[in-house]
Design a protein around this ligand. Structure first.
Ligand code: ATP
Ligand code: MG
Length: 593
């Protein structure tokens, strides 16, 4: 389950469950309250209607009975009796009235007595005695449902046919603007009046309700099922008449308001729930989208794309996380740049050191080579020197004994010259091979040394039309060295420069310079630069080898540079060469201060 779904589910549950619970609690509480209110109204209407009818019928009956009892019917003449009867009929709002004598015959009448027929309970009235009125059960008459009442009087009974239509009007009054049906039923369950005019009483009170009302059960409003029709009904007894007022309505219509309220509450709850769900999803989407962007950026960092940034301008924790993330990216970028810089520096330093190491190695090889050659040279020179000395001595003796026109004189001179050359070579060999003691080092002023050395060779240079330039470091650099040996090195270098510029003239530049190496250490550089023919690249690696020479004069044996190399090495310094064929060469000697 993805984070988005989890958050959405939690938020939906957190929003919808309480909302639903509260919604249903409100619905059921309100519905119950409204329904019981409806029921209470039914009870009240039934009670009021019953009271009104009872008050009307019983009140009028009492009045009627009292009035009838007060009249001395036997003493009245027929006209007076008719007038009195008329009065009673009006008082009772009756449709007809009749005075029966003891024989059961009508002696006086008023209105349409046919409405009475034989319905008046005359016998019962007689039994009750004067002053009490008794009623028949209501019956249908052309003028509507009618009630026949009878009051016993002296020597007779007064009977009245009372239409019950006014009761219906009374029920309508009680019903007011309620949509309920209010019916008045007698003790046998027959309808007497209804809140709709009786003629239209197409819907009599439901049989189930009537049965309970007649049975004298508790009349509080409740539901009844009558012929598959659900009704809400309440009923109340009408005084001592044995009648009942029934108030009823279709359950559907009676409880329309609570149902409407329930529907409305459910609708509002539903809409609020949907809104909450929508908000929950929107919130979850927003949060997970932000997290996704952060994780995308983290993946980009993983791939090395450190310039990736998350643009989230919110003031909440997610925004703070994005800002921290961006800051982290910036710091990572800076560190990477620094590491890369260090790397480059390290590479450069490694390269430099490797170069130095190679140079040192080459120097070591050179030194070893020279040492081996020196030993060999020394051995050879030693073995050749003595016999050569013998040869030279004997040749000198032979030459001394002969006149110059002797036929062997020329041959002996040739031998002498060749032996001298060989001796010279052997001397040079010995010079190279001789095992020097440690040089005697004293502080030497490099500038003075250069000047002194050049003064020795000045004449030769001038002869060859070579201009001399001295560019000496005014700080008068000093080095600890054997002045004689270093002077010899300089002479060798100047001699080579001179040979390189032979027959063409040129310029010789000698420089001194103090070089600070850091850590309080320094060295002195002495360079000899010529504008001669330069060194063939093919010879470049061999010039420091003993006996390597390109010069064809016998006096040049190719030891100048190798001897110089050894001297400088013994001083802890080094020689560097830069040369370009046709332009000249520069030999630089570095000596520690
Ligand atoms: N300044 C220079 N210009 C051109 N070539 C040079 C220079 N210095 C040295 N060389 C080359 O290096 C070779 C070796 O020099 P090195 O001084 O050892 O011997 P040499 O001068 O030939 O003989 P020697 O010095 O024994 O008289 C030279 O023969 C020459 O070819
Ligand atoms: Mg030389």
């Amino acid at each position: 389950m993805r984070l988005f779904h989890k958050i959405a589910v939690v938020l939906v549950a957190a929003a919808a469950i309480p909302l639903g619970t509260v919604g249903f609690a409100v619905v059921s509480t309100n519905q119950r309250a409204l329904e019981s209110e409806v029921r209470a109204r039914f009870d009240q209407t039934a009670r009021h209607a019953a009271e009104a009818v009872a008050a009307d019928v019983e009140g009028r009956a009492r009045q009627l009975a009292q009035t009838a009892a007060m009249i001395t019917w036997d003493k009245l003449d027929p006209d007076e009796a008719r007038g009195a009867l008329e009065l009673l009929r009006r008082q009772a709002k009756a449709a007809a009235a009749a005075l029966y004598d003891d024989a059961g015959k009508i002696s006086v009448q008023s209105g349409d007595v046919a409405l009475l027929g034989e319905r008046a309970p005359r016998e019962r009235a007689r039994k009750e005695g004067a002053g009490a009125i008794v009623f028949s059960t209501p019956y249908s008459a052309p003028t509507g449902v009618t009630l026949a009442g009878a009051v016993a009087v002296r020597h007779g009974v007064v009977a009245l046919a009372i239409p019950l239509e006014p009761q219906a009007l009374r029920l309508v009054e009680v019903r007011g603007d309620q949509r309920v049906r209010v019916s008045l039923i007698d003790d046998s369950g027959k309808p007497i009046a209804a809140s709709t005019p009786l003629g239209q009483a197409a819907q009599p009170a439901s049989a189930a309700v009537v049965a309970e009302a007649v049975g004298g059960k508790d009349g509080h409003a409740r539901r009844y099922l009558d012929k598959d029709q659900s009704v809400v009904a309440a009923f109340a007894p009408v005084g001592g008449l044995g009648w009942s007022v029934v108030v009823e309505d279709d359950t559907e219509r009676a409880f329309a308001a609570p149902r409407r309220m329930r529907r409305l509450t459910l609708l509002v709850t539903g809409v609020a729930g949907l809104l909450a769900i929508g908000l929950a999803f929107a919130f979850a989407r927003r949060l997970t989208a932000a997290l996704e962007r952060l994780s995308d950026a983290a993946r980009a960092f993983g791939r090395g794309k450190l310039d990736e940034r998350v643009e989230l301008e919110t003031a909440d924790e997610v925004g703070a996380l994005a800002r921290t993330f961006n800051q982290m990216g910036g710091e990572l970028q800076t560190s990477r740049a620094e590491i890369e810089k260090w790397n480059r520096e390290l590479e450069a330093r490694v390269e430099e050191r490797t170069f130095e190491l190679k140079a040192a190695q080459a120097q070591l090889v050179q030194a070893q080579k020279l040492a081996a050659l020196g030993q060999l040279g020394a051995g050879v020179a030693h073995e050749i020197n003595n016999p050569l000395g013998g040869v030279l001595g004997h040749v000198q003796l032979l030459l001394a004994d002969r006149p110059s026109d002797d036929r062997d004189y020329e041959a002996l001179q040739c031998i002498d010259e060749a032996a001298r050359k060989a001796s010279h070579v052997v001397q040079n060999l010995l010079r190279f091979s001789v095992q020097h003691k440690d040089p005697v080092r004293t502080p030497v002023d490099a500038n003075k040394l250069v000047r002194d050395t050049l003064s020795l060779t000045q004449t030769l240079l001038a002869e060859q039309k070579i201009a001399i330039a001295l560019l000496l470091d005014p700080s008068a650099p000093r080095c600890r060295a054997d002045a004689g040996q270093i002077g010899q090195v300089l002479l060798n270098l100047v001699a080579n420069a001179r040979t390189a510029m032979a027959n063409q003239g040129g310029a010789l530049t000698v420089r001194t310079k103090k070089i600070e190496k850091g850590g309080g250490e320094s060295e002195v550089a002495i360079s000899v630069e010529d504008t001669g023919k330069g060194i063939d690249p093919a010879h470049r690696d061999r010039i420091f080898e003993p006996f390597f020479t390109t010069k064809d004069e016998w006096s040049n044996v190719g030891l100048g540079l190798s001897v110089s190399y050894r001297i400088i090495s013994e001083h802890g310094g080094r020689i560097e060469v830069a040369s370009e064929v046709g332009h000249g060469s520069t030999f630089t000697v570095y000596l520690p201060s």
